[in-house]
Design a protein around this ligand. Structure first.
Ligand SMILES: NC(=O)c1ccc[n+]([C@@H]2O[C@H](COP(=O)([O-])OP(=O)(O)OC[C@H]3O[C@@H](n4cnc5c(N)ncnc54)[C@H](OP(=O)(O)O)[C@@H]3O)[C@@H](O)[C@H]2O)c1
Length: 305
């Protein structure tokens, strides 16, 4: 089967609360700019290409898109691109946003939102996406948030009010998850993770699975490149696995994360239609136990945490 024929369904499904998604999703952070994301002087990305990538993702079966109101460049906003490309939205499309961080109109970072400011951030996402509720909202933990419980409690009120259907967390540790689960259910944890992650990160992925909480890694392809993207040299072991299989390093990285458990959802970010097709096709790749073990043993380099 060629890449072009493989859809996101090949990765299998997971249910976030009552919302079933294909485990191969899409991250929208790369669309508004070229180069490093979330910088005020980033060059705007190509608008038509971004819209085409979003529409093609949905054609390929992607029904889980990760975004945020603070994903924007001087001329483009991820939410506006999603709205333009995909509204009226397919019934099965789950759009996940995150709140907590914020950027001023010129793109500079603002202090993290206080609990009483989270409603405004949720409403900003609703307005930009053109929806009357958000499917899933992740509270992105920021160092200045001294009480995660207060922030999460404010989001739980918005959930009770019907503005948000399900809640998740991002950038958190196991104790954070345990703390807020006493306030409201958590359907997903979105953390930095991938090949080369350390043992604590692996254990957290497993713990989420044991609790029925989806684990959604970001920078699974970018690895050490982080916000700058997949820019640096690739790890030799990843390249060797890719060569042996006749696939790309990005596909090996995605397949490895998906094989960490049925609760792991991929949200690779790209503004490149060719990369999109490759990433979706990675949902059909099954690495052997030997390959998985070799990649898992890269823990020591702590590349993905
Ligand atoms: N919760 C958080 O704090 C947080 C933080 C960061 C990101 N996120 C979310 O997670 C998503 C994923 O993170 P990400 O987009 O930064 O990183 P990523 O998915 O790990 O990798 C994206 C980078 O890899 C490149 N790439 C993608 N597919 C490729 C392929 N098949 N072959 C070669 N290169 C490929 C992209 O460039 P091209 O555009 O050239 O393909 C880009 O440089 C984001 O889009 C965002 O929605 C969340």
């Amino acid at each position: 089967m060629t890449s072009a024929q493989i859809t996101a369904a090949a990765a299998g499904t997971w249910t976030l609360g009552d919302l079933t998604v294909n485990r191969m999703g899409f991250g929208a952070m790369r669309l508004p700019q070229t180069g490093r994301a979330l910088t005020p002087d980033a060059a705007p990305g190509d608008r038509d290409r971004a819209i085409a990538v979003l529409r093609r993702a949905v054609e390929l079966g992607v029904n889980h898109i990760d975004t945020a109101a603070f994903y924007f460049s001087r001329l483009r906003s991820a939410n506006e691109l999603i709205n333009t490309a995909l509204a009226p939205y397919p019934d099965d499309l789950v759009i996940v946003t995150k709140v907590g961080p914020g950027r001023d109109p010129s793109g500079e970072w603002l202090p993290a939102a206080r609990p009483d400011q989270l409603r405004g951030q949720v409403e900003e996402n609703l307005r930009q996406l053109g929806r009357d509720h958000l499917d899933v909202v992740n509270l992105r933990r920021m160092p200045s948030m001294t009480s995660l419980a207060e922030h999460f409690g404010a989001l739980a009120e918005l959930r009770d009010a019907g503005l948000v259907r399900h809640l998740g967390l991002s950038g958190v540790e196991p104790a954070d998850l345990a703390e807020v689960q006493a306030i409201a259910p958590v359907v997903c944890v979105q953390n930095r993770y991938g090949v080369g992650a350390g043992p604590e990160a692996h254990a957290f992925v497993d713990a989420c699975g044991e609790q029925g909480v989806a684990f959604v890694p970001f920078f699974a392809i970018a690895g050490r490149g982080g916000g700058a993207g997949a820019t640096g040299p690739e790890l030799g072991e990843v390249l060797a696995a890719a060569r042996a299989r006749g696939v790309t390093a990005a596909q090996v990285r995605l397949a490895w994360t998906l094989q960490r458990g049925p609760h792991v959802l991929a949200i690779p970010g790209t503004a490149d239609p060719g990369h999109l097709a490759e990433n979706v096709a990675a949902g059909a790749l099954r690495l052997s136990p030997d390959e998985l073990a070799r990649l898992e043993s890269l823990s020591a380099v702590r590349d993905g945490t």
